[in-house]
Design a protein around this ligand. Structure first.
Ligand code: ZN
Length: 334
């Protein structure tokens, strides 16, 4: 992935013809697809996301550029877009710092009335649990083993079922991503790109926080854009978000969106085959790495619904070296 990433240049020119292309535009990215963050300790990562938060570990694979490191995926029963969290394992990498040009952390959705359950469960497992509110709605904030902020939001309208395979009583199960917070120094150009090129609509704004929605106004379909001209820029590393992926229905939509971004000076990557989805990467004007990922083909291309996440999946080029790769990877189970 890193090779394509480095080819993603800064915006060359301002978006042109934005107003004209907006009319009749399909909503090319109608929600969140996945969020990818960085961990120093894959075993602690599994312990937190699978056993404490009760997300399904839906895929266990390696970094396609470096098979000595894991790439771990969590989600709902089938790995539905919008429920997906993925983690790059960067052994020995320094701790990152959250700041501008980054996504601030992870936001997950649970039912109204479930926050007391989550605060108790987090504290019992040795993690912090701090109550807060955003746009008037309650949340519990914690930190994962790498120190990354994870927020559990009480969301009224979320029809997603979550996963029933962990020991979380069904009313409290996490249903997937709620939203994501994008932090930039100057929100104006980012706002224009999201609205005029990607089809997101601004729903509300308060104290410098713009809430944008794509598709239905439900969890998994919003972004909070926060401008802070005085904040320090973020530094990549463990405990920070690497990139955020928005949804595209299929590769045709991704290609049309890619052309639109290219004509606006965004220097997007080519469409890349990621086995479970097809991806286009670009950096928005505030410096955040965004991806547009297709809904298909999905996580059942190489495992069944029953066995999802139980084996180590390797790209074909690494299969011949499987036993050496497995022997070099740290164990994940307790
Ligand atoms: Zn991604």
């Amino acid at each position: 992935m890193s090779k394509q990433m480095s080819a993603v240049a800064a915006w060359g020119v301002a978006p042109k013809g934005g107003r004209r292309t907006l009319r009749g535009m399909e909503v090319a990215a109608p929600g969140l697809h996945h969020l990818t963050a960085v961990t120093a300790d894959p075993r602690a990562n599994v312990g937190f996301y699978a056993r404490v938060l009760g997300l399904r570990p839906i895929k266990r694979t390696v970094n396609f550029d470096d098979p000595s490191a894991y790439h771990l995926y969590y989600g709902d029963t089938a790995g539905t877009p919008g429920t997906l969290l993925t983690f790059f394992h960067w052994p020995g990498a320094p701790r990152g710092r959250v700041g501008t040009g980054q996504v601030a952390g992870i936001q997950l959705s649970t039912a109204e009335g479930s926050l007391d359950h989550w605060a108790d469960r987090l504290r019992t497992a040795g993690f912090p649990a701090e109550a807060d509110r955003r746009f008037g709605e309650p949340l519990v904030r914690t930190a994962d083993p790498d120190g990354m902020t994870v927020e559990i939001l009480a969301c009224g309208q979320d029809p997603r079922p979550g996963w029933s395979g962990a020991d979380i009583p069904s009313p409290h199960q996490l249903r997937g991503m709620a939203g994501a917070e994008l932090r930039v120094r100057e929100p104006g150009r980012t706002l224009r790109v999201l609205r005029e090129l990607l089809g997101w609509r601004e729903e509300r704004a308060e104290n410098g926080r713009h809430r944008l929605v794509a598709g239905p106004a439900q969890p998994g379909h919003w972004l909070d854009l926060v401008g802070d001209a005085g904040a320090e820029p973020g530094r990549p590393g463990t405990g920070t978000v690497h990139h955020l992926a928005l949804r595209a229905a299929d590769a045709g939509v991704s290609e049309r969106l890619r052309a639109r971004l290219a004509s606006a000076g965004a220097a997007p990557s080519p469409l890349i085959d990621r086995t479970y989805f097809r991806s286009v990467y670009f950096r928005e004007p505030g410096g955040i790495l965004l991806e547009i990922a297709t809904d298909g083909p999905g996580f059942l291309v190489d495992e069944t619904m029953e066995t999802l996440g139980s084996g180590l999946m390797l790209p074909p080029a690494y299969e011949a070296a499987r036993s050496a790769i497995v022997a070099a990877l740290p164990p994940l189970d307790p």
